[in-house]
Every structure is written in C-alpha cells, then in structure tokens.
Design a protein around this ligand. Structure first.
Ligand SMILES: [Zn+2]
Length: 102
C-alpha cells in the first residue's frame, strides 16, 4: 500500500477531482482509502423510536487509492510514490523531489 493513514492526498479522478484531504483509513486488500471530506455519501437513518425524526448523516466512503496522489510535504506537489532504501529499510520517496516521505 503506497498510501498510509494521515497522508495528505489530492484526488485526481472522480467526482471530487482536485480536492485535497487527509487519509483517515486504508483498506490494503481492496486498495481503497477513506479521505476526510472526500467521496461524501449521505446516509439516511430511520427513526429509532416512534415519533422521532429520521436523520441524514454524511460520511466519507472508501474510493480507489489509484484515484489519489500523495501531496509531498517537502515540495508541496502531488506525486506518485517511489521507493528507495534508507540503510536497510525501504522507504517511500516523492518522485518529484526525490525526498523521503514520512
Ligand atoms: Zn516532493
């Protein structure tokens, strides 16, 4: 998984194209991510008790990680992720400025 929780990403496809947000959840097996404020779905809740009003809640739904690019904190640009060895650890790097991404 190239994108991790708390990464800042830019959406590059779909209805929220161009928006940016923080990753709050990742689903590596499905290659999907949940990003704050992106891909908002409205969910209608039925009233629990008689006489109560139903509610509409908005929640960020998972979408394909392929539709998002990480925003590099060093150069501030959306970028694809590369990998480079730092000692014996494989770390993510920004393809634009070649700096390590935390
Ligand atoms: Zn960079």
């Amino acid at each position: 998984m190239k994108i991790k929780t708390n990464d800042k990403v830019k959406v590059v496809a779909g209805k929220d194209r161009g928006k940016e947000g923080k990753v709050i959840q990742v689903f590596p097996s499905a290659n999907k991510i949940v990003v704050e404020g992106i891909n908002i779905m409205k969910k209608h809740l039925r009233p629990k008790k008689h006489g109560e009003k139903g509610q509409i809640i908005e929640l960020a739904a998972p979408f394909s990680a392929a539709n998002a690019l990480i925003i590099c904190e060093k150069c501030g640009k959306p970028t694809r992720v590369g990998y480079r060895l730092d000692g014996d650890k494989k770390k993510r790097i920004c393809r634009k400025c070649k700096e390590f991404i935390a």
